[in-house]
Ligand binder design. Sequence first.
Ligand SMILES: NC(=O)c1ccc[n+]([C@@H]2O[C@H](COP(=O)([O-])OP(=O)(O)OC[C@H]3O[C@@H](n4cnc5c(N)ncnc54)[C@H](O)[C@@H]3O)[C@@H](O)[C@H]2O)c1
Ligand SMILES: NC(=O)c1ccc[n+]([C@@H]2O[C@H](COP(=O)([O-])OP(=O)(O)OC[C@H]3O[C@@H](n4cnc5c(N)ncnc54)[C@H](O)[C@@H]3O)[C@@H](O)[C@H]2O)c1
Lengths: 205, 205
Amino acid sequence: RIPDTTIRRLPAYLRVLELTHAERITSVALGKAAGFSSEQVRKDFAYFGAFGTRGVGYEVAPLVRQIRRILGIDRGVRVMVVGAGHLGTALVRYTQNNRSDTEVVAVVDVDPQVIGTAIGPLRVEDVRDLERLVKERQIALAVLTVPDYAARSVAERLADAGVRAILNFAPVAILTDRPEVIVKNIDLMLELQALAYFVKEGRDT
Amino acid sequence: RIPDTTIRRLPAYLRVLELTHAERITSVALGKAAGFSSEQVRKDFAYFGAFGTRGVGYEVAPLVRQIRRILGIDRGVRVMVVGAGHLGTALVRYTQNNRSDTEVVAVVDVDPQVIGTAIGPLRVEDVRDLERLVKERQIALAVLTVPDYAARSVAERLADAGVRAILNFAPVAILTDRPEVIVKNIDLMLELQALAYFVKEGRDT
Ligand SMILES: NC(=O)c1ccc[n+]([C@@H]2O[C@H](COP(=O)([O-])OP(=O)(O)OC[C@H]3O[C@@H](n4cnc5c(N)ncnc54)[C@H](O)[C@@H]3O)[C@@H](O)[C@H]2O)c1
Ligand SMILES: NC(=O)c1ccc[n+]([C@@H]2O[C@H](COP(=O)([O-])OP(=O)(O)OC[C@H]3O[C@@H](n4cnc5c(N)ncnc54)[C@H](O)[C@@H]3O)[C@@H](O)[C@H]2O)c1
C-alpha cells in the first residue's frame, strides 16, 4: 500500500512534527524543515489518508500518531502497577506476554520482602518513589492492586502526581471528587455472579 | 414487611416444595401437606409477592428460590477454581472476603509444590481428582486460571464431568463445540487498552 520510498521519508517528517509546538503545520513548512518539496509531502501523506486543509495545513498530533503507528514505534501508554501481590504479579506477567497499546514501566510495593524481586524484566520498586517514577517515566495510567485499606491514599498520590487514569481492583470507591482522573473499577465477582445466575436459571427451565 | 408468624411457617412449606417432583402445586395441596389451610398459604405467599394462577397453583422452582432467599439459606452456586497460581489465589481469597451467590468449594492444581497448601480455609487439591470433586461437591461452575497450554484439555474434562459454566482467564478459546457449557472469556488487557485509548484521546484535545 505505502511505497518503501515513502516509508523511508517518514522518520524525517516525524522528527520535525515532534519538535514543533504548533498545533498545525503546512506541507510547505514541513517540506522545508524536513528537506523535501511540498508536493512530495502531500503525495506521501495521501498514501495513508492524511489530507491537510488548504491554507491551514495538517493537524500535528493525529499525524504524529498515524506516522508512529505506521513505523511501529507507536509507544503505548506507560503504566505503573501499584501492589505486587498475587493479582498485581499476574497482571504484570500477562501484559508482558500480550501485544497491547500499553507498556508497564514500573511496579511498586510497600513490602520490603517484595521490593527488589523481579517480575520478568521488571524489578519491583519502592512505593515511596511513586511521585518521582510517575514524572520521570511519563506514566499516564496506573493499575491499583493493593489491599482495600491502602487504595484511597495511594490513589490520591497517583492523581496528585499527574496520572490520568486508574484501573482499580480494590473493592472501595476511589477519587470520587477528582473528575480529571478517569477511574475504571473492576469486580470479577460480578462476572462470577452473572454466570451463577445463568446456571441457576438453567436449573429451572 | 413479612410478619414473623409467616416466616416461621416458611420452612414447613419449603420441605413440601423441595420433596415434590411436580412443576406446579395448588395452595390446597400445599396447605394439606404442610398442615395449614389453603387461605393461610395464599395469605403468607402474598406478603412476598408470590401469587398463584387460579385452578393451576404456584410454580414450584421460583417459589423454592424465593423462600430460600428469604430464609437466607440460599446456597450459592458451587465453584471450582482450577490453577492455584497468582491469579487463582487472588480470586479465591477475594471470593472469601466478599458476599456473593457463589461458594468456592474446591481449588485444584497440578504442581506438587502447590497441592496441600492452604488459601484461607481451603486446601489446594490434586487436579487428578477433578472429576470426583465435581460430582461429590455438586460443582456447577469453574474458574480457569491455568496457563494457556493447559486450558483446552482442562476445559474438556470439566465439561465431561458436568460443569455448566466456565469463567475463562486463559488467552485461548475453549469448548467451541460444546454448546451445553456457558463460557465467559475475561481479558483484563481490554480494560487496560480502553483506558489507554481514553488517555491518548485526551492528549489530543
Ligand atoms: N476486583 C476483583 O475482581 C479482585 C479480584 C481479586 C483481588 N482483588 C483485590 O485486589 C487487591 C490485591 O489482591 P491480592 O490477592 O493481589 O492481594 P495481596 O495481598 O497478594 O497483594 C497486595 C499487595 O499490595 C501491597 N501493598 C499494600 N499496601 C501498599 C501500598 N500502600 N502501596 C503499595 N503496595 C502496597 C502488599 O505489600 C502486597 O504485595 C485486593 O484489594 C483484593 O481485594 C480484586
Ligand atoms: N485474562 C486476563 O486478563 C489474565 C490476566 C492475568 C493472567 N491471565 C492468565 O491466567 C492464567 C494464570 O495466570 P497466573 O499469573 O496465575 O499464572 P501462574 O503460573 O502463577 O499459575 C498457573 C497455575 O496453574 C497451574 N497449572 C498448570 N497446569 C495445570 C493443569 N493442567 N491443571 C491444574 N493446574 C495447572 C500451575 O501449577 C500454576 O499454579 C494464565 O493463562 C494467564 O495467561 C489472564
